[in-house]
Ligand binder design. Structure first.
Ligand code: ADP
Ligand code: MG
Length: 316
């Protein structure tokens, strides 16, 4: 491994694996994944060791929709199992896409996906106040029918009824030591997909799956921090971070310092539930590792950004 570049955590956005609403089918998901992996392969070719995390928001939505449609006949799937399912399916897609691309480049590197659990506090206030809307919108009648399954459903800003779940703070990656061992063994590791499977410790000390989802960016920062990586690269669906996003005076940012990021965030430039959690993750990472570097960009710009010609760079 070259000394210039060392270890990076690359977070692939769940939304960036779905090109648009008209191309949500599995074939299109493969194409998007392969495109992203071409750029990640370039990082491997340049000597980076990688841990890859990924989102799963849209994919969880598809599985929930299937649950809803099949509920008359088939049991519904608890959320911890849905997250585990998506870690398997998306982890497989990344391993296969990246592995094939590396093989085309005559690079031999093993890739492994780790089914990853994340510890959350059972007293986390998020459990008392589930706010994260998931799945599709539905009628009140239909939504109420699912309350019998323990789903919490609410009316969402005039758009219809929707299931809401808790999004507690991740405290610890249960499989951290395994991920570390695989990384130092030369593996490219896919981990903490969908923010990890949330588990709580019950009164007896056993771990039990929680009906919640952990924000992918919040879980990724735990990995980036604990593995003390040199680079935290967030691959999402925008080439750069913007001020006044989607307003007439929108301004793309080439770089910002931690102090600037904090001030822009306080001024409301980064939307909650999308760019907001990414910036919070970046700030937490750079606070723990002031020497670390962060890039936020989209898949086609990963390589340009590494060359200093794209993306938004954030440094202490
Ligand atoms: P991911 O699936 O990668 O987590 P998200 O949709 O959650 O993606 O977050 C990325 C999105 O954040 C972008 O596609 C963009 O629409 C939105 N966004 C909100 N605020 C900003 C901003 N200030 N600059 C750039 N993008 C922003
Ligand atoms: Mg997101």
């Amino acid at each position: 491994m070259s000394t210039g570049c060392t270890t990076a955590v690359v977070a692939i956005g769940g939304n960036s694996l779905i090109v648009d609403r008209q191309h949500r089918d599995v074939a299109s998901q493969w194409v998007a994944c392969q495109e992203t992996c071409k750029n990640i392969a370039e990082m491997v070719e340049r000597g980076w060791s990688l841990v890859i995390t990924h989102g799963n928001g849209p994919q969880v939505g598809f599985i929930l929709r299937r649950n809803e449609l099949a509920a008359y006949e088939m049991h519904t799937t608890p959320l911890d199992l849905i997250v585990a399912d998506t870690q398997g399916s998306i982890g497989y897609m990344i391993a296969e896409s990246l592995g094939n691309e590396l093989q085309r480049r005559r690079i031999s590197r093993p890739i492994v996906s780790v089914v990853t659990r994340v510890l959350v506090d059972r007293e986390d206030p998020a459990f008392q106040d589930p706010t994260k809307g998931i799945g599709d919108f539905m009628s009140e009648d239909r939504a109420r029918g699912f309350e019998a399954n323990g789903w919490r459903v609410v009316e969402d800003a005039g758009r219809g009824w929707r299931r809401v779940i808790a999004s507690p703070a991740p405290l610890k990656i249960i499989e951290l030591d395994a991920i570390r061992a695989l990384l130092s063994g030369g593996f490219i590791v896919v981990a903490a997909g969908g923010g990890g499977i949330p588990v709580i410790e019950d009164e007896s000390g056993d771990l039990v799956g929680a009906q919640a989802v952990v924000d992918k960016d919040r879980a990724t920062v735990l990995l980036a921090r604990d593995l003390e990586v040199d680079l935290f690269l967030i691959s999402t669906s925008v080439p750069k971070v913007a001020l006044y996003y989607r307003e007439p005076n929108q301004q793309w940012l080439d770089r910002m310092t931690v102090a600037q990021a904090r001030a822009y965030h306080a001024a409301g430039h980064f939307k909650p539930g999308s760019m907001g959690p990414k910036i919070e993750a970046v700030l937490a990472f750079l606070e723990a590792h002031p020497a670390g570097r962060v890039i936020i960009t989209d898949p086609p710009n990963i390589v340009h950004a590494l060359d200093g010609e794209g993306g938004t760079w954030i440094e202490a």
